[in-house]
Ligand binder design. Sequence first.
Ligand SMILES: [Zn+2]
Length: 312
Amino acid sequence: MISLDEVESYAAEHFPAAPEKLVNDFGIEVRTSDTPGCDGWCLHYDDRTIIRLNGELTKAQRRFTLAHELGHLILGIPSMFGESFEDMLSSDSDEERRVNDVASCLLLPLAEVRKDAGQLPVVAGALKRLAKRARVSELAAAVRVCNLTEELGLLNASVVAFSGADIRWQWSRTLRMSEETAFELRQEAQNVSPNAFRADHNENQTVVASVLENPFFGSSTLFVQLLPKEHGNQLSVNELRAAFEREYLSSDDAFRNRLSGIIGAFKSKCVGLSQEEAVELFWEKNEARLRSTCINTDEGRDYIEIRIGQLL
Ligand SMILES: [Zn+2]
């Protein structure tokens, strides 16, 4: 098995499939079972290592649980029988937290997190993109960002998971919020979604709250961050993108679809390019057909830069 020091680089090299690759490289057997209340555990037996996952988990939950069990193996901490997915994600025990740190690192290495959450503030759109690229739940992506406050330049952060009208659990290393504040911030964030809600925390700090809705499960995730004022008050790329789309593209479906076709078709052409090179190539190829549109303005060109940055 790889050592703890190797986890980050292994995960970056094999992103987004590091857990699956690890299973393959070390000949670990993964089996499905359906023991109620137990979503994953691992056991050794002769010289075999077997991980059992509950067949009823969603795909994203299954991947998190697999990474969690691999975390047990990497740290040499025995896995407990009877752990549910939610126990794993929200456990207070020190050992389980260390296991989760390894699991998050396997699924969401820092280098990849930075690509979506490197620009502050981190808003719902960034967490969604990160979750999609890493093939994890939005909740797992939010928890990972919450655990990387220092690395990403956040002063503090907290994640609250809601089930309908109730708070299921709250996660933060150091930011404590009352339930009342959590409900208030969720409401404020819902009012301005997909943008983030901002409020002064004190003279130098801003609170930024974003909400991720999962209507299928009737659940939502609130991501709250505390930032230095100059970062908290600037608009994120996702908000700038949404603002341009609202202002210039919302009333012209035909042009919006044509543009999204042009940008979509460009994706395969910018593999391996830097953002600057990709933007230059984009204009080389598309200048003629976009010349007399809203895209050929300062704001439009900024918009293209954002869209291309999100393709890379
Ligand atoms: Zn565990």
